[in-house]
Design a protein around this ligand. Structure first.
Ligand SMILES: Cc1ncc(COP(=O)(O)O)c(C=O)c1O
Length: 371
């Protein structure tokens, strides 16, 4: 089978992990954690970023920092992964699901506008496939109404809105380094703190609610409990692994982009399927390649037939407002989110994909569409 994805391995990881083991610095917030965070500061301009154990825990930190609680409403796209929502639900917020755009699976600013009430405190945006949401429109809505924007940029490492890295436009942003992402640390994530007012508190929460950072810097002679917090940062082993990937990230994203472009060119103008529609402001990172089939039957047929050819294809996501957990809780009609749920199909895309594999997938999709 040609898999849907394969994690990228640079070959440098083992040396850094071995170094971490030999230095006996195994817990978190050490040399490799700092190296990774400095990388994002120097290359992406992220003033403060904190490595986390996952994108999910980075979003849990974002929920704590936004001081969300009962009575507050959070607008979030229905077409996303559960981790965009759970952290806010865990804090007692009311979740309000928004619809997707017609042209992309991203949250539709017009849908946001219709859902805002006096209780709206946070808007979560998800840059699906690393394709930027319409951030000019969303930031304007949020600024006009004094609402916090949090970017779930789980897919979007290295992708930009015009020339600005995704994750750095809202007050807070998050990345994922899960093995399905362009680069990985096994499990891992990043919290990007853009609004300075959150910086100090973010550092406390990250250190389990203590001022250990000031202690390590020699600013205080003991560290104390100042806030709530949790064990949010990864071990140095994961950070060392990520460090073994970071210096290769441009090479990885460029190779993925080459593959992505061939797909987009070769599969355009086929009746019944559409290639991704990339807005002008979106400089994406080729995180995944998807097609939109004209209906659910065709999408399912494509997945089944590709499987017979030895090709893994998948759908992703299931709209959350229709999930077993949510569907009895009430929501408005979200036509586009359902459309994407029914019609999207993802094709294999990974760094080590060969030209032969790419050709086979393209030829198979063409053959099935002809049939
Ligand atoms: C949009 C989105 N947010 C959050 C996550 C969670 O990421 P992680 O597995 O790093 O916690 C995912 C996972 O793929 C995701 O797709």
């Amino acid at each position: 089978m040609i898999p849907l994805h394969k994690p990228y391995i640079s070959g440098d990881e083992l040396a850094y992990v071995t170094d971490a083991i030999e230095s006996a610095e195994l817990s978190g917030n050490g040399k490799y954690t700092n190296l990774c965070q400095e990388y994002f500061r120097d290359h992406y301009g992220f003033h403060t970023s904190l490595l986390t154990t996952s994108c999910t825990t980075a979003l849990e930190m974002a929920a704590l920092l936004s001081e969300i609680g009962p009575g507050d409403e959070v607008i979030v796209p229905s077409f996303t992964f559960v981790s965009s929502v759970n952290p806010f639900l865990m804090r007692g917020a009311s979740i309000v699901f928004a619809d997707s755009e017609t042209q992309t699976p991203n949250i539709d600013p017009q849908s946001i506008l219709k859902l805002i009430t006096k209780k709206t405190k946070v808007i979560i945006v998800v840059h699906y496939a690393g394709i930027a949401c319409d951030m000019d429109a969303i930031m304007k809505i949020a600024q006009d109404q004094n609402i916090l924007v949090i970017e779930d940029a789980a897919h979007a490492q290295g992708a930009k809105h015009n020339q600005t890295y995704l994750g750095s436009l809202g007050a807070l942003g998050t990345y994922s380094f899960h093995p399905t992402k362009n680069i990985t640390s096994g499990e891992g994530g990043l919290l990007i703190v853009n609004d300075e007012k959150f910086q100090h508190r973010a550092e406390l929460l990250w250190e389990k609610g203590t001022n250990r950072k000031n202690f390590l810097l020699g600013e205080v002679n003991k560290y104390e409990w100042w806030d709530i917090g949790s064990s949010f940062y990864p071990s140095e082993l994961n950070a060392a692994f990520l460090w073994g990937q970071l210096s290769h990230v441009d090479k990885v994203n460029n190779r993925r982009m080459d593959l992505w472009k061939v797909y987009a060119e070769e599969l355009s103008n086929i009746p019944g399927i559409e290639v991704p529609n990339i807005p002008k402001y979106a400089n994406h990172n080729a995180h995944l390649f998807y097609l939109k089939a004209e209906n659910n039957n065709l999408r399912n047929h494509l997945i089944a037939e590709l499987k017979k050819e030895g090709i893994s294809a998948a759908f992703h996501y299931l709209a959350l407002h229709e999930s077993p957990f949510w569907k009895t809780k009430g929501h408005s009609q979200l036509t586009e989110a359902m459309n994407w749920q029914h019609c999207i199909i993802r094709l294999p895309l990974f760094y080590s994909m060969t030209e032969d594999e790419l050709d086979l997938v393209i030829a198979s999709v063409r053959k099935i569409m002809k049939g």
